[in-house]
Write a protein that binds this ligand. Structure first.
Ligand code: SAM
Length: 217
């Protein structure tokens, strides 16, 4: 069985009893970054062996993990934060397992975009999760233009390095629309900013953006 195990997005307390049980019981834990996951495993005194499964070894390591699954081993897949398979290399292993008729199950838990969506208070009956927007302004504006046509809540992830440029583009494409920025969710310095892109840009003139953001339009 391949267990897709969601882990905390910041606060180590946000893990389910079943996730701890599975992480203790499996033969191997495939981690996006073994050093990062070690903090969680040490916290819960989980001694299961780990191996790395990340962007650059995903094909070779995927085949190796598949061979173990075929031998009947149980493997847990975890990412650095949140639900594996949501914007991380985990999706490759999940697909490989499915194509090879390996039993796959999920141990549910947090995902940053769902938590930002509910914290935004915006309509959630219909929403579009756009992942990371293009890095270059021209492509980003084009993408935002496409997203505007959905006429529903739009969510995406953005880093502190590009948030100002992204806000400028959101202002150009969406104008005065009220948006929500969520950062450090579940952590000590969790912060939610709500307002028009222009208002939030003004705030960022006083304080430097830090951390990783979820943007909800
Ligand atoms: N698998 C993850 C999930 O389920 O949310 C997403 C992985 S994606 C590579 C990482 C991005 O998620 C970050 O760049 C950031 O935008 C967002 N993110 C993760 N943890 C967050 C947190 N605690 N607060 C705000 N955003 C977060």
């Amino acid at each position: 069985m391949l267990y897709i195990v969601a882990t905390p997005i910041g606060n180590l307390g946000d893990i389910t009893l079943r996730a701890i049980e599975v992480l203790k019981d499996v033969d191997l834990i495939a981690c996006e970054d073994t050093r990062h996951t070690k903090i969680l495993l040490d916290h819960y005194k989980i001694q299961t062996s780990t191996t790395s499964f990340f962007q650059h070894n995903r094909f070779a390591k995927g085949e190796y993990l598949l061979s173990l699954l075929k031998q009947g081993k149980n493997i847990a897949l975890v990412s650095d934060a949140g639900t594996p398979g949501i914007l991380d290399p985990g999706v490759n292993l999940i697909n490989l397992a499915i194509k090879n008729n390996i039993a796959v199950t999920v141990i549910p838990g947090p995902s940053a975009f769902i938590n930002a969506l509910v914290l935004s208070g915006k309509p959630s009956h219909e929403f579009f999760f756009a992942g990371f927007l293009p890095k270059k302004s021209g492509a980003r504006r084009k993408k935002l233009d496409e997203l505007k046509k959905f006429n529903s809540t739009v969510i995406f992830y953005e880093s502190c390095h590009r948030i100002l440029a992204a806000l400028e583009d959101i202002k150009t494409v969406f104008g005065d629309r009220e948006i929500t920025l969520a950062r450090e969710l579940t952590k000590k310095f969790e912060e939610i900013k709500r307002g028009r892109p222009e208002d939030i840009l003004k705030v960022f003139k006083q304080e430097k953006p830090r951390g990783e953001f979820v943007v909800v339009i």
